[in-house]
Design a protein around this ligand. Sequence first.
Ligand code: ATP
Length: 235
Amino acid sequence: MLEISDLDVHYDGVHALRGLSLTIAAHEIVALLGNNGAGKTTTLSAISGLVRPSGGKVVFEDKDITGLAAHKITSCGLVHCPEGRRIFSTLTVHDNLLLGGYLVRDQAEVRKRIDRVYDLLPRLAERRAQQGGTLSGGEQQMLAIGRALVTGPRLLLLDEPSMGLAPLVVAQVMELIADINASGTAVLLVEQNASAALKIAHRGYVLESGQGTLSGTADALRSDPRVVEAYLGGA
Ligand code: ATP
């Protein structure tokens, strides 16, 4: 459903992506692994229109979306859930979810999607009137993902959802992502926590200095000595 070919991104003086190619099939979870500064966030931003690629192509469901405005890409069903949660801390949980539907004309559909998020995440339902900023870190991450779901993604781009969370909470967030995928949404999962990501991913890519250096099934990557050495703590 997504095909990226030969993608290049330049920031002033920085060649952040160098000819990256990757594919995601419908219903897949694909992990994108790499160290700080490897270009993972840049990849998501180039796909979702937050950054304009200087070369290459992004094709989503047979449509060339390279360089399209971000809101148009979102409306195509490709939703980017950025790093750092970015929820509105003074708004309630419910209002944060409503904002996920700002591009959706059909308000009945938005209500239906919010109900589905509450079914999936009963903790958010219990806290629907609570201010976003007073949620725990894990709950804020769940809210950020819940809000992205209200936008109606067929492909969800997730940037470091495990960041700053305790191991038990990381496991809960990963379980949520697997559930979302099982109900029919493809996921591109950027993670520094390679071990957590490879547990739920079908396939993965390793990015180093803006270039794809390795790819394969999650099982193959997990047992690849180079991945073990560099991303799984050399265990
Ligand atoms: P992290 O895990 O630390 O978030 P990352 O793999 O997501 O890292 P990117 O944030 O994509 O990496 O950054 C890739 C490179 O591009 C880095 O060298 C970074 O400094 C540079 N870069 C990112 N955003 C900008 C920007 N807006 N302007 C200039 N350089 C940038």
